[in-house]
Design a protein around this ligand. Structure first.
Ligand SMILES: Cc1cc2nc3c(=O)[nH]c(=O)nc-3n(C[C@H](O)[C@H](O)[C@H](O)COP(=O)(O)O)c2cc1C
Length: 214
């Protein structure tokens, strides 16, 4: 995503995220490394980004990476209260302007489609009111996993339930298959987030003046 002279490639409309509170859920897919770029660009654009990770996600990228990029605590457990004395998943969900899960595993799709809440990402999302707050999912998996009848059914349910789906893309996969299932590129995810939060003047005023820092 690097532009000329080390400048990031401009993303149309990304200024819309300035001052917005965004939740980025990371689940256990190989594409989790690309989410570091998504978080970095959102933070540079002035969003307050809170990252939540499943156990599996922490096998791919460390929480420290996301903590450094977001300059915020990273949520890796439902049981460890990081910031709030209230149930933290509720307060995070209540304050969010949008939530994104990238990568969204086959497993996470299944959980969200059936209302499971046994990891911190799904638990937080269970408390997000999608009639007010957009929730975007960027599925990422092997082409055979993507084509499974269970994934097809879950995808249909998720769309009907108001989740917004970004991608997946087609092409080379880490498993050395070529097909549909690779996570949408960071630029595509960023553009979708910007579009979802819109260009209004919402969000926290103290964050609106933020400057690029990563
Ligand atoms: C090396 C490796 C790569 C994986 N990549 C993916 C992937 O890209 N997409 C996916 O759906 N599952 C992938 N998995 C399987 C998930 O990590 C596994 O289903 C896990 O339980 C998902 O947990 P989570 O949804 O709670 O994060 C991978 C597993 C391994 C060992």
């Amino acid at each position: 995503m690097g532009g000329q002279g080390g400048q990031p490639v401009p993303i149309t409309g990304l200024e819309a995220v300035r001052g917005k509170r965004l939740i980025v859920g990371v689940t256990g897919g190989i594409a989790a490394y690309k989410t570091a770029m998504v978080v970095s660009r959102l933070a540079q654009a002035g969003a307050e980004v809170t990252v939540a990770m499943t156990d599996a996600a922490t096998r791919f990228v460390t929480p420290l990476t996301f903590q450094a990029l977001s300059a915020r605590p990273v949520y890796t457990s439902a049981w460890e209260h990081v910031e709030s004395k209230d149930p933290q998943h509720i307060s995070l969900a209540d304050k969010a302007d949008a939530a994104i899960v990238a990568p969204c595993t086959m497993d996470c799709m299944a959980k969200l489609a059936t209302g499971r809440t046994d990891d911190v990402v799904c638990l937080i999302l269970s408390a997000v009111d999608r009639t007010k707050t957009p929730v975007l999912l960027a599925p990422s998996m092997n082409n055979v996993m993507w084509a499974q009848p269970s994934t097809r059914r879950n995808l249909k349910t998720l769309v009907e339930d108001g989740f917004r789906i970004i991608g997946p893309g087609e092409g080379w996969q880490a498993c050395r298959h070529v097909g549909t299932g690779r996570m949408a590129e960071p630029e595509v995810i960023l553009a979708a987030v910007a579009e979802a939060v819109g260009s209004g003047e919402g969000g926290r005023p103290e964050l609106r003046g933020s400057r690029a820092r990563n």
